[in-house]
Design a protein around this ligand. Sequence first.
Ligand code: NAD
Length: 254
Amino acid sequence: MKVDLNGKTALVTGAARGIGQAIATALEANGAVVYITDRVFDADARGERELAMDVTDDAEILEAMARIKAERGGLDILVNNAGVNTMAHRVNIDKFPREEWDRILAVDLTGVYQVSHAAIPLMQGNGGGRIINIASIAGLVPLRLQCAFTAAKAGVINLTRAMALELGPENILVNAIAPGSILTEGTRRLFYGDDGMFRTNVQQMIAHVPLGRPGEPEEIAHAALFLAAPESSYINGHCLTVDGGWTAGYTREF
Ligand SMILES: NC(=O)c1ccc[n+]([C@@H]2O[C@H](COP(=O)([O-])OP(=O)(O)OC[C@H]3O[C@@H](n4cnc5c(N)ncnc54)[C@H](O)[C@@H]3O)[C@@H](O)[C@H]2O)c1
């Protein structure tokens, strides 16, 4: 997919790997100057526009915004992608540790607020912009044993709508993407056994996906590119599901 983002400045959170990295690459390939931010970077991967920014750290966020303002004068595209979930605590809510709840909510929901809060002034002084929040289908259709993640992502979807209402008059369009199951560095380890075949539990999960496979990070990146493109100028407050049809309905026959 090709769009014209020449002259645009973008910031992607959690972009050291996975979906965030794919989004940053796609924005850059289409002409944008992209600030790639993350809590961690590989020691040899730090470049001119790679900033250490934890989405829960106000000082680091403000430092990044000040640098973008100084170097580029403003911001056109913000992608709130950074997110965490838990594998260690796939347990019922009565067993779910409070610290895990706090950790996940802090990054997945409050982090979206914190970064947006700091980035919006750079768009207001710049004639408008686009904010794209990476939610999850778990925010639309809760998944069992992931209470904090599902609550946080549902919050992101409704926060997106609230932001769209408030920021639309300033030409700042705010939308969300709800990915289904996407093969990233992290999920790859969970998906495949030592024999290189899908694990049994993953086969069961994929049985719910009409396309019969997990998605690739680039397939989320293309959706983000669409929402960032000048042509998407009347889409505001939407949550775009990119899940191979997982949440379209039941795949079983009755
Ligand atoms: N992979 C999937 O199947 C899937 C499905 C639905 C939604 N999502 C969402 O997509 C987004 C990206 O997921 P992914 O699979 O690429 O994850 P990932 O774990 O591969 O990458 C996440 C990135 O975010 C960074 N990060 C984590 N906490 C951070 C913080 N506090 N501040 C800054 N950066 C931080 C990590 O260092 C990492 O580079 C997340 O919001 C996730 O919830 C992913």
